[in-house]
Write a protein that binds this ligand. Structure first.
Ligand code: ADP
Length: 858
């Protein structure tokens, strides 16, 4: 602003120069170097002052002096050049001829344009020194070079030729030689030269200095204008591109100017907003506060952080935060759209509120702690669990608490690992003891720095109490189960013993002379007793399985023998029913496998007896086949299947018959009898062996019951097999040695005693039988008689069978002692062998068993 004023004032000084109308200023005859301008690399004066103005200034000099004028850019480029005086033109023309060129461009580029070189040399010094250079020029006249200085910088030179051409001969001769012009011609030119008096030259010089100043001033003004324009443009850009909402309004409530941000934020074009009342857009609820803000601005007070709502074109409202400054009646204001921010803050506030509520009302105890283990906050549940109060707990350093386990858990969490606690906790603050389970952990920021520790605890005192009660209940249940097993065992003993007697004696009765009716009755007695025994055995087995007491005893077993004996046992029944019982499948199954022989036999007998029972015509087939074998590991997988052509089973009863005490069809039950336990036991036994019972059946056509077993087998080529054969081989020849042997039977039940005695005698009448009815007398009889074999019951009055064995073993290590027991408890056989008995037979002892014992041990 200041610059502009001083420029206008200065310009007044030069007005007279620029006043002359354009058309008056006719170009004088001369050489105008306009063709050099396009070559310029520096156009500072040319572009900022303008060719026209520079030309006017040059012509003004020429008016006064009839001379030549050059205005140089800083680098020597011509901003303007005019040669008018006849003398100068001559010198110039000849000097260009010297450089072998006639065009200005070529002359300039040759560097030998001596007239120009002389002028530039003088001007250059003025330019470099910033001082006027006034001296003789090469062409015989004088040069006045004025530096053009703007803002203390030389930006060009105004050089004007002046003075009269030389007349003395010496100078003329020098010039003639230098410029290749005859002396006469030089004299003629000098004579023609329109000479100026000295005072005109002085006036002209002064005027040229003014002209140089004028050029500088115009240049400066142009620069100032540009700077102002640029500043204005910047301001406009700043205004329009600003992302904030900028506006100029007045205190009467009108928008005067708004920026583009208004359009993007509210959706109204800028034109629609400018010159409108801004109150038209303000939310009705914010009207009062907005009017209040305006009146404060009217009082020239700044308004900061004022918030109101503006309506968008589509009718919703946006929150603006205002920073406004009054300037008289005008308001300069910037607003920031904070709608999203407020929305985010609201969401954050809501979520914090939710979180806070969750923390406060959580049923588990939650607490925060700092990096030193000091409690920062605890929730209500925490207080309820631990006791005490929030005030007493907050500030407590957990690392100083006496509970070592708790301190360790906190330390773990401070190391960034989860810390677990599960123990009885004695609260220091309340004295309460409670079983607490908890986990503590630390929360870290992105850089892995500790932010806060958090812990969750719950009171599991009740749970612990329940656990204890459960354990107790379980122990009681186990005890009850044990008691049940014991009860069953003694029951079986109690029932088996009399049955043993019934069966044994009816067998003996069979061997005596009987009439037909007696024989028939005896058969019925025998058959009924055997059925009863079967039922008892089944119930006992099932109870054992249920109680989890049934254990498998794997031992090397002759599979062929098991198969053959099972078939043998049922063969007579099959023959009786007129059906065929056969075995098929390859005999490439291994002879010796490791299995519980009693249980495998039981399974096969069960399936085979069912098959025979439910088949009236056709056949029953036992298939045993090898499915796969691993000779390296000596493992084999075998398939066992019992196939019959019997009545079959309805599809919907197949699953049912596997359940205990279920016999499927009622009609079947009535016709065939049974307990419905056989298959349930078979299924459980196979499951114990890692197998599964599969049933395929068609009513009227027959059934197939099958299972697979994975077994270790014994290689028949190995040494052991031979040893085994050798061992059992002599048995066959032992029968003759049983004569005159003494056998001590220790049995408290008189019937059993009598039965055993009768059977033994029937086997070999030469045997001497000694009877002992309790443990103590057994020892006495043993010492007295030194029997060759002992048949020993376990449950005996005065001293039990185990103890009797231990005592006898002290006297005699070799005498065979055979346990004969009705008990069927788990581990009993092992126990018998452990105390020194040689074998174990369970009651009822059958005649074949007695035969085996005699064969093997007497
Ligand atoms: P039980 O034979 O003592 O009744 P099981 O558990 O051995 O008990 O058998 C249950 C039922 O399954 C039998 O009552 C019979 O209905 C059916 N069942 C078993 N085996 C066969 C078979 N081979 N053919 C037809 N039905 C059978």
């Amino acid at each position: 602003m200041e610059n502009k004023n001083s420029f206008n004032e200065n310009l007044k000084k030069y007005e007279w120069m620029l006043k002359a109308p354009e058309e008056d200023k006719q170009d004088p005859e001369g050489q105008y170097y306009g063709d050099l301008i396009p070559l310029n690399t520096d156009r500072t004066l040319l572009d900022n002052v303008g060719e026209k103005t520079l030309r006017k200034i040059a012509l003004d000099a020429i008016d006064l002096l009839e001379t030549s004028v050059a205005i140089y850019e800083k680098n020597g480029d011509y901003a303007m050049g005019i040669f008018t005086s006849g003398w100068c033109r001559k010198m110039d023309a000849t000097s260009r001829k010297i450089c072998g060129s006639c065009t200005n461009k070529e002359a300039l580029e040759s560097g030998q344009w001596i007239c120009h070189e002389s002028c530039w040399d003088c001007s250059k010094r003025a330019l470099e020194s910033g001082e006027i250079v006034d001296e003789k020029c090469d062409g015989g006249i004088s040069l006045y070079a004025i530096p053009i200085i703007a803002e203390d910088k030389t930006i060009g030179v105004l050089s004007v030729g002046y003075g009269n051409p030389p007349e003395d001969e010496k100078t003329l001769e020098e010039l003639s030689e230098k410029y290749h012009i005859s002396i006469e011609e030089l004299q003629k030119k000098a004579f023609e030269y329109n000479k100026r008096p000295k005072y005109i030259e002085e006036i002209a010089k002064k005027r040229m200095r003014t002209s140089a100043e004028l050029i500088a001033l115009i240049y400066q003004n142009k620069k100032d204008e540009e700077a102002i324009k640029e500043a204005g443009e910047q301001l406009e850009r700043f205004f329009s591109l600003n992302l904030d909402l900028l506006c100029i309004a007045d205190t009467d409530g009108n928008f005067i100017k708004v920026n583009k941000a208004w359009e993007t934020t509210l959706g109204y074009p800028v034109e629609e907003l400018e010159n409108r009342k801004f109150l038209d857009f303000v939310h009705p609820d914010d009207m009062e506060s907005t009017l209040d803000a305006i009146s404060q601005l009217d009082e020239q007070k700044n308004i900061l952080k004022f918030i109101n709502r503006y309506r968008t074109k589509e009718g919703s409202y946006r929150y603006f935060e205002w920073y406004s400054k009054p300037y008289g009646k005008l308001i300069y204001a910037a607003a920031h759209d904070i709608t999203q921010k407020l929305h985010d803050e609201e969401i954050l506030r809501e979520s914090e509120e939710k979180y806070r509520l969750m923390f406060k009302n959580s049923p588990v105890g939650i607490f925060y702690f700092d990096k030193n283990g000091v409690l920062l906050d605890v929730n209500n549940s925490f207080v309820n669990i631990i006791g005490s109060s929030i005030e007493a707990l907050v500030g407590l350093n957990m690392l100083n608490l006496p509970d070592k386990k708790l301190v360790y858990a906190v330390q773990q969490s401070l190391k960034g690992k989860p810390g677990y606690y599960n123990d009885e906790y004695h609260a220091v603050t309340s004295g309460k003891t409670v079983h607490v389970r908890g986990v503590f952990t630390s929360i870290e920021d992105n850089q892995g720095n500790f932010v806060v520790g958090i812990g969750i605890i719950e009171n599991i005192s009740d749970q612990k109490k329940n656990e204890k009660a459960l354990i107790k209940a379980k122990e009681e249940a186990q005890a009850a189960n044990r008691a049940k097993s014991e009860f069953l065992a003694s029951m079986s003993h109690e029932i088996r013993t009399p049955i043993n007697g019934v069966i044994g004696f009816s067998e003996l009765l069979e061997a005596t002379p009987l009439n037909d009716t007696q024989r028939e009755y005896n058969d019925i007695v025998q058959h009924s007793a055997k059925s009863l025994l079967e039922i008892i055995n089944d119930i006992l087995d099932f109870s054992k399985i249920e109680a989890g007491k049934l254990e498998l005893h794997l031992e090397k077993t002759d599979l062929y023998e098991i198969i053959d004996s099972a078939l043998d046992l049922l063969n007579y029944k099959a023959v009786e029913k007129g059906i065929e019982l056969m075995q098929s499948g390859s005999r490439n199954v291994p002879k010796y496998v490791y299995i519980d022989p009693i249980r495998l036999r039981q399974v096969l007998l069960n399936l085979l007896s069912n098959a025979v029972k439910f088949t009236d015509e056709g056949e029953v087939e036992l298939i045993v086949r090898k499915i796969e074998e691993d000779p390296q590991k000596k493992l084999v997988r075998l398939l066992f299947a019992v196939k019959d052509t019997g009545i079959g089973i309805k599809e919907n009863t197949i699953q049912k018959i596997l359940e205990p005490f279920n016999q499927g069809d009622n009609a079947v039950t009535n016709q065939f009898g049974g307990t419905g336990l056989g298959l349930a036991i078979t299924k459980s036994l196979l499951e114990k062996m890692g197998s599964q019972l599969l049933i395929e059946s068609t009513v009227g056509e027959g059934s197939t019951f099958s299972f697979e077993l994975a077994l270790s087998y014994h290689d028949p080529d190995s040494k052991e097999k031979r040893t085994f054969n050798e061992k059992i081989a002599p048995k066959e020849t032992q029968e003759s040695s049983t004569t005159n042997k003494k056998i001590l039977i220790v049995e408290d039940n008189k019937i059993n005693m009598q039965y055993l005695e009768t059977v033994l005698k029937a086997e070999n009448k030469n045997l001497t039988i000694i009877n002992a009815y309790d443990g103590e007398s057994a020892i006495e009889w043993f010492k007295k008689e030194h029997p060759n074999l002992l048949l020993l019951d376990i449950q005996l009055p005065k001293m039990n069978g185990y103890e009797v064995t231990s005592r006898i073993r002290m006297i005699d290590k070799d005498v065979p002692i055979i346990a004969i027991t009705a008990r069927a408890l788990k581990g009993e056989k092992e126990k018998c062998l452990q105390v020194g008995m040689n074998d174990y037979f369970s009651k009822p002892i059958t005649i074949p068993s007695i035969k085996t014992i005699l064969k093997k041990y007497s």
